[in-house]
Design a protein around this ligand. Structure first.
Ligand SMILES: Cc1ncc(COP(=O)(O)O)c(C=O)c1O
Length: 502
């Protein structure tokens, strides 16, 4: 019997929270522990093959080489690995991950990186160009997200990615509320669909995360969120759109709720910040989600996704400098001198900001509009095609991040089959579903049609072979079983360990 079956049998019909606690205790019993370890060992052995494909083909470096290796040889190794990894995303088999990916665009960003690889915004005196780039990235993003129509000044910072932008904003609200409202046990009220980065922020910064189930349309439930607000709430969050189902929360109502209570409201537009403004201009019905709404006090928007920059940049924006001050770190009595840093890192890669700035300038409004048009067109083809497959249901009302589930088939097995056809899709929970985030890679000729043809085959195959277990399907199935979530935590820890093994 598998862990999943064991847990299901033993903990059926018991309160999930109680089950979780019982399981934690049970894990400490040597027999149970050994049983879990044995199952995990088997699972990890399978994962190892996939995670470490180069082990037998390339030299491994456990310690520094005695003498430096010739640069050409180093480049050769990287080139060989890269050539194995490029095709999948370049040919549009991957959900999200690489959002632009045209060779000329990449070459341009690489040239900018090469010109600026030594720069570090921490040393603003040495590289004023780096701080100019960042100030302009922030300003251009703010203008795109309603700053001109806001009564307040909209300011912000460049961070390393969506997670950092979100974590910075959550820390900022915690510190703001402590100073202005004396809140020492801060809470954030979020729909269950928000990105894991909010949970990470809650754990890192000791903020209680109050998760509110989404409605049937997979959007935040405003009334339920209202009920979840307490005297300790420092921020309410909504997504535009959310990662799992690609739907936009009712930001106007949520931000008004926050405003009426005098608390912050964060729009997570990591995914949609560089798409929705252009979608609106293209005539799509996009409800306001940005600083045009007076209750929106911060926004995260990722330049390294649909901003088409290289990986490693995002923007966090605030309504007013005072709020942003709670994000900064400054120290005056450090023996190392006067020190300040706006974000979590100290030294930062100025070259990534330069490449981001260059991407934004070279694409311009016209380029973003055109990219959005192509992505939304392809999103519609894919969405309609999925709707035509009787076994599948599209969840909610998405534009270009499209989640689908099945009432009759194990959707994770469908995902597994798609994997055999080289597709790399995202498996999601609650409900069990899979999504594809459409990028410019999918707008290439024939890609959407190939996706739909493979998906039809996948559905047909899973329908015809219910006995097949699949490869990742059991893992996803297990993760969705409440009593073993703790085991899944163990699996993920061991998986991360594996990634760091030479
Ligand atoms: C809505 C949303 N927020 C936040 C993030 C986190 O972004 P990152 O992976 O850049 O940290 C993502 C990533 O996909 C996202 O979709």
């Amino acid at each position: 019997m598998s862990i999943k079956d064991l847990a299901k049998k033993q903990f059926k019909k018991i309160n999930p929270e109680v089950v979780g606690k019982v399981f934690k205790v049970a894990k400490k019993i040597p027999f149970v522990r050994r049983r879990i370890e044995r199952e995990l060992d088997g699972f990890m052995a399978d994962m190892e093959k996939a995670a470490k494909p180069y082990r037998d083909e390339f030299p491994r470096y456990r310690r520094l080489p005695n003498e430096g290796i010739a640069r050409d040889e180093v480049i050769d190794q990287i080139t060989a690995m890269r050539s194995r990894e490029d095709d999948r995303w370049r040919d549009g088999f991957v959900s999200g991950a690489v959002y632009h990916g045209d060779t000329e665009h990449i070459d341009f960003l690489n040239r900018v990186y090469a010109l600026t690889s030594q720069s570090n915004p921490l040393h603003s005196d040495l590289w004023p160009s780096a701080t100019k780039f960042e100030a302009e990235i922030v300003s251009m993003t703010a203008q795109m997200l309603g700053a001109a129509k806001s009564d307040d000044e909209i300011v912000g910072c460049v961070s390393s990615g969506g997670t950092e932008s979100i974590m910075l904003a959550m820390k900022t609200y915690r510190d703001w509320a402590r100073e202005h409202r004396g809140i020492t046990s801060p809470e954030m009220v979020v729909p269950t669909s928000v990105h894991a980065a909010f949970d990470k922020a809650a754990r890192y910064f000791n903020i209680k995360q109050v998760k509110v189930p989404v409605g049937e349309d997979f959007r935040a439930d405003v009334e339920a969120m209202r009920k979840a607000v307490t005297r300790n709430t420092v921020v309410i969050v909504g997504s535009a759109p959310c990662f799992p189902h690609g739907v936009v929360d009712p930001i106007e109502a949520l931000s008004e709720l926050a405003r009426s209570r005098g608390i912050g409201f964060h729009t997570d537009a990591c995914l949609g910040g560089f798409v929705l403004p252009w979608a609106e201009q293209l005539g799509h019905q996009i409800a306001p989600f940005d600083f045009r709404l007076p209750g929106v006090t911060s926004i995260s928007a990722d330049t390294h996704k649909y901003g088409y920059a290289a990986k490693g940049t995002s923007v966090v924006l605030y309504r007013g400098r005072e709020l942003r001050h709670h994000q900064y770190y400054t120290v005056g009595d450090w023996p190392g001198g006067l020190y300040f840093s706006p974000t979590f890192a100290g030294s930062r890669p100025g070259a990534l900001s330069a490449a981001c700035w260059a991407a934004m300038l070279s694409i311009g409004e016209e380029g973003y509009r055109e990219a959005t048009r192509r992505i939304l067109e392809t999103g519609e083809i894919i969405r309609n095609g999925i709707c035509e497959i009787p076994e599948l249901d599209v969840l909610g009302n998405p534009l270009w991040v499209i989640a689908f589930a099945s009432k009759t088939l194990n959707i994770y097995k469908v995902m597994d089959f798609m994997g055999k056809r080289h597709w790399n899709l995202n498996g999601l929970h609650s409900p069990a579903c899979v999504h594809i985030a459409v990028t410019l890679r999918h707008t290439q000729e024939g890609v959407a049609e190939r996706f739909l043809a493979d998906l039809r085959d996948a559905v047909e195959h899973v329908r015809a072979h219910p006995e097949e277990a699949g490869t990742m399907a059991p893992m996803y199935g297990m993760a969705a079983t409440v009593p073993v979530t703790d085991v899944v935590g163990d699996v993920l820890n061991r998986y991360i360990d594996l990634l760091y093994e030479v």
